[in-house]
Ligand binder design. Structure first.
Ligand SMILES: Cc1cc2nc3c(=O)[nH]c(=O)nc-3n(C[C@H](O)[C@H](O)[C@H](O)COP(=O)(O)OP(=O)(O)OC[C@H]3O[C@@H](n4cnc5c(N)ncnc54)[C@H](O)[C@@H]3O)c2cc1C
Length: 370
């Protein structure tokens, strides 16, 4: 696009959220551009996660996380079926190590029920043994609506839809500066300048930096790495599906858990470790034994030699390390430049929520353009 022209919408960041937003908005609107710094869409957090379709149990009732997760689940299952994206409604167990933990499981179930999660039940040892013979636990919360999705295939499907709607997707295009005046934004990349009536900031870990380009300085992203181990192919039959420990308020994640992937791998993780840099995926990796010690509590037959190191991802956290409070997604118009929409802190369940977020943000954008 020549610098003098003005796009209707520029989306910054082609992760699963930016691509879902682009696919949805380009159904209603032409001149939509998606600018992605990396050579391909979805190379950051969107393909470095557990790939779980979360049912919506954990999130504070009334929060954006609860809303978009619950609304997003059926949208995602339907989308995956319609567009041949590998997925499976596996169900999930949250296991307790003693029957005395029943009140914690009941609280979790109550929160899930309040959020409108379907298919939650407290199950006994017999049920657990039937679906997971190698998991030792007397009592668990079972969520039948939880599943898994292949994030890479999901992003490719959204990309195809966006392109077929006429959206322009520019990879290797990092936004390095931006400002806005009289309802028109200017976006600067290393090669060219874009004018835009609406800008949508979906820059993931860097969404706080992109917001600051517009003078919006309310939020800071604290990168929190999640590392995985995995089972060797020969040992994958140890666990059949998704098995989580009880979430503890002092943990920064959901606790190291077993997650089957659509490709048949079995992940163990992720842990949660704050790191200094937003692109520090590999330095000072956690010892494999730490994952082993957590995992054998649920599956005592696990052997250390059946494990190897896996990949890592980085959560775009809005809470610093020693703050254990709930932080919601931030999805907001820029207070000064109403035509700029910021999505900040889209950590888990962002993958599950992507289609629901896409729908809401496309509506916000259409209202600006109307
Ligand atoms: C360890 C881990 C496990 C998770 N597990 C799950 C799960 O099981 N289920 C679930 O629902 N969610 C999960 N999540 C959360 C989920 O992965 C994220 O919420 C989701 O991927 C966020 O997508 P995004 O598009 O906002 O961000 P990203 O995927 O980070 O995309 C942002 C994009 O913006 C680009 N960008 C950044 N700056 C610029 C710039 N200046 N110019 C142009 N482009 C730019 C980046 O290159 C990147 O591609 C997990 C996350 C982690 C880290």
């Amino acid at each position: 696009m020549a610098s003098a022209e003005v796009a209707n919408v520029v989306v910054i960041g082609g992760g699963v959220v930016g691509t879902a937003v682009t696919a949805e908005i380009s159904r209603h609107c032409d001149d939509v551009f998606l600018l992605e710094a990396a050579p391909r869409l979805g190379m950051a957090t969107s393909t470095r996660n557990s790939g779980v379709i979360h049912a919506g149990i954990y999130y504070k009732p009334g929060s954006l996380k609860a809303f978009h997760c619950i609304r997003g689940v059926p949208m995602l299952y339907e989308f995956c079926a319609a567009h041949n994206v590998p997925h499976e409604r596996t169900g999930k167990l949250i296991v307790a190590d003693s029957e005395e933990r029943l009140p914690i499981l009941q609280d979790l179930k109550q929160r899930g029920d309040e959020n409108g999660v379907e298919g939650l039940e407290i199950v006994d040892r017999k049920f657990i043994q039937r679906i997971e013979p190698n998991i030792v636990s007397p009592i668990a919360l079972y969520s039948s609506n939880t599943g898994i999705v292949e994030a890479e295939a999901l992003i490719r499907a959204l990309e195809r839809i966006a392109k077929s709607n006429g959206a322009h997707i520019l990879t290797n295009t990092r936004v390095i500066g931006a400002d806005a005046e009289n309802g028109l934004a200017t976006i600067r990349t290393e090669r060219e300048e874009f004018g835009a009536r609406v800008v949508i900031n979906c820059a993931g870990l860097y969404s706080d930096d992109v917001a600051r380009m517009f003078g919006y300085d309310e939020h800071t992203i604290y990168p929190c790495r999640g590392e995985y181990a995995e089972l060797l192919p020969s040992a994958r039959k140890l666990v059949n599906g998704l098995v989580y420990p009880l979430p503890l308020p002092t943990l920064h994640g959901l606790g190291v858990h077993f997650t089957k992937t659509t490709a048949g791998a079995m992940l163990i993780g992720p842990n949660a470790r704050y790191v200094k840099s937003k692109d520090d995926y590999e330095s000072d990796r956690t010892d494999l034994r730490v994952f082993y010690e957590s995992a054998i509590k649920m599956a005592p037959a696990l052997r250390f030699e059946d494990m190897r190191m896996g990949y890592t991802g980085i959560r775009p956290r809005l809470a610093p390390e020693h703050q254990h409070t709930f932080a919601d997604f931030v999805i907001t118009h820029d207070p000064i430049h109403q035509s700029v929409i910021h999505l900040i802190g889209i950590e888990s369940p962002g993958l599950t929520s992507c289609l629901s977020i896409g729908q809401s943000v496309a509506e916000m954008a259409r209202n600006v353009l109307a």
